[in-house]
Design a binder for this molecule. Structure first.
Ligand code: HGA
Length: 609
């Protein structure tokens, strides 16, 4: 959350900052701002509430000329959404943009107020700016030393970029549990919270590591590690293509990403299914085989959509591989005292690999005695990948829409492959893993078939988009799909939606049923179909209106509508059935005119706990 770009350039910096921050808008869009030191050494700061386009309009009305500056797009944590709280924050000569939370900011604020500092915002970021200014003037130290002294006083997870107007040739970047990447140019250098902001300028990147402070000028980059020792960090050449961040023929990134799923799944499967009988992950070696061989329990930790993917996989781990599996929301996992299961393998799931709650859960788990930990992640250079014992990459490509779609289905694809791999490792010959592999091969084609049914889904969206509440029901491994369908609808249409296991309705939620609550039911052919048919009857008898997604025939019940789905193999039905629910959420939100790629109050890559 919160996007940072900064640069020290040969050319005028304004276009770079504006274009860079636009690309990071997915990280937060409450407000945005920039600050440039102009050719006369004045700080020019422009800030506004709302989308980055508002900022762009304001910036281009002024002609700003300068070679060093920073921009920020905000997802508020300290202080409401307002211009005064928008970054950059300034304390005399010190300018700061920041991502994260300073947990002890109230105490520091009081301390600085006593020293005479006047605060113009409610943010923890302004506290950093004044603290740096105070430290700098107290000891007359160079800025890097000042920053080293100040960060000892800051508690929390954050990253920041600082410019000192009195030395306007360098940027100072600090990484403390929140990512920052340096982009290397020709006699100019850049900083961003995500390489996506820099991809049209450079392919050469250096990722800062925990506790690093980087001093960046046009010609030099000096990185100091957490012990203040000058250090070298590896330069990487990114192979991410810039074009993948464009919408192309689609109206929204979410729509594009829904339709990209067959391709993303093909990429995720590519070179990993060997001779239809073995799974091969190039990221893993013999050490991991050993880990899988000894694992007697799986503990998965995740948030949001990744948590829902984990919930589906719990059914698979237990029914296919006969390994007990528990799934927990990351923020809960790290905030309670845990009783460890014997020989337990910890798995974390995250699209960005920067999800603060999941990272914190991984860090908490480290001394608890897990057999080892594995992350399933979409971002190779992320903190989660770096801090885990081993990783398997989903190959979803960049996902820009705040509501995750292709990251969910590629996570499920990897989880199924992982289960087949574990079965292989534990027992050399097993039909189940062969069946998983064969069925996964068919998955992209099955998804292509369901994507062609979009007209059916559009019709349903028109019928329900004016409703205030919607229920989603599933049973067995489609219950988490009902949860994910409800989450998608809530996120982008703002309609209240809840999901239940169909068998649970009679234990309470049935009292909600009337003609005003459409009930979406996922009912593929499986051993639970007859039970779910009985549940549908119970709803119909009470006047409830049901919309049943199924490839099966049903006896007519009053107020029941069947949305006929193409055939799909039972094993991959959960992955298949989320597609119509993603489309449903999309078309409902479209008909309500919602801001689909950037729904209110949300942001992608949730880097605060
Ligand atoms: N705490 C700062 C930055 C917020 C942030 O990083 N959000 O992800 C603020 O509230 O402005």
């Amino acid at each position: 959350m919160c996007g940072i770009v900064a640069a020290v350039t040969q050319r005028n910096i304004t276009n770079f900052l504006v274009e860079g921050i636009k690309k990071l808008e997915y990280r937060g869009y409450d407000s945005s701002g920039l600050a440039i030191i102009d050719y006369k050494n004045n700080i020019i700061r422009i800030r506004c509430v709302g989308k980055v386009n508002e900022l762009i309009k304001k910036v281009y009305k002024k002609k700003i000329l300068g070679n060093i500056g920073m921009a920020h797009t905000r997802w508020a944590t300290h202080g409401k959404v307002s211009k005064a709280n928008t970054h950059p924050h300034i304390s005399s000569n010190i300018i700061v943009v920041h991502n994260g939370i300073i947990e002890n900011s109230s105490i520091l604020r009081l301390f600085l107020q006593k020293k005479g500092y006047i605060f113009y915002s409610d943010t923890d970021t302004e506290v950093i700016a004044h603290l740096l200014h105070w430290e700098q003037n107290k000891k007359k130290d160079p800025l890097k030393k000042t920053i080293q002294n100040s960060i000892e006083k800051l508690y929390g997870n954050y990253s920041m970029v600082v410019i000192d107007k009195n030395n306007p040739s360098r940027l100072i970047a600090v990484r403390s549990r929140s990512p920052l990447v340096i982009g290397l140019g020709l006699e100019e250098n850049f900083i961003a919270s995500d390489q996506i902001a820099l991809l049209n300028i450079t392919k050469r990147f250096i990722y800062l590591e925990e506790g690093d402070i980087a001093v960046v000028t046009r010609k030099r980059i000096d990185i100091f590690n957490k012990n203040s020792t000058i250090t070298k960090r590896k330069e990487i050449i990114s192979n991410t293509e810039y074009k993948s961040v464009k919408k192309g023929k689609y109206r929204h990134f979410m729509e594009k990403e829904i339709y990209e799923q067959p391709e993303s799944i093909r990429k995720t499967l590519e070179n990993r299914l060997k001779n239809n009988s073995k799974i091969y992950f190039s990221e893993l070696g013999l050490k991991e085989n050993n880990l899988f061989y000894h694992a007697e329990h799986i503990q998965i930790v995740a948030c949001g959509t990744s948590y829902n993917a984990a919930m589906v996989s719990r059914y698979w781990f237990e029914s296919l591989a006969n390994i007990p599996c528990d799934v927990e929301i990351a923020s809960e996992f790290s905030s309670r005292k845990l009783a460890l299961r014997k020989k337990s393998l910890l798995i974390t799931l995250s699209q960005s690999g920067e999800t603060a709650d999941t990272l914190s859960a991984l860090r908490c788990s480290k001394n608890l005695g897990y057999l080892g930990n594995l992350t399933i992640c979409n971002m190779e250079s992320s903190s989660l990948v770096k801090e885990s014992d081993c990783c398997i990459l989903t190959k979803a490509g960049l996902e820009i829409g705040v509501a995750s779609t292709k990251s969910f289905t590629t996570q499920l694809t990897v989880l199924l492959m992982l289960i087949a791999k574990i079965i292989n490792v534990k027992k050399e010959k097993n039909n189940i893993s062969n069946k998983i592999i064969q069925t996964l091969n068919i998955l992209p084609t099955r998804i292509e078939e369901i994507l062609k049914k979009n007209e059916l889904i559009k019709n349903l969206a028109n019928k329900i988009s004016h409703k205030k509440n919607i229920l989603f029901l599933g049973r067995g491994d489609t219950y988490p799909i009902a949860i994910e369908g409800a989450l998608k609808l809530k996120e982008i249409s703002y309609i209240h939606a809840e999901a239940y296991p169909a068998g649970e309705l009679k234990h309470g939620p049935l009292a909600l049923i009337d003609q005003n609550i459409p009930i979406i039911i996922i009912a593929p052919k499986n051993s639970l179909l007859n039970k779910i048919k009985k549940n549908i009857k119970e709803i119909s008898l009470r006047g409830g209106i049901t919309y049943v997604f199924s490839d099966q025939e049903f006896d007519y019940e009053e107020n029941m509508n069947v949305i006929k789905m193409p055939y799909v193999e039972e094993l991959i039905a959960p992955i298949f059935y989320i597609i119509p629910l993603q489309l449903l959420a999309y078309y409902v939100a479209l008909s309500k005119g919602r801001d689909i790629d950037q729904p209110r109050h949300l942001a992608k890559s949730v880097t605060v706990e």
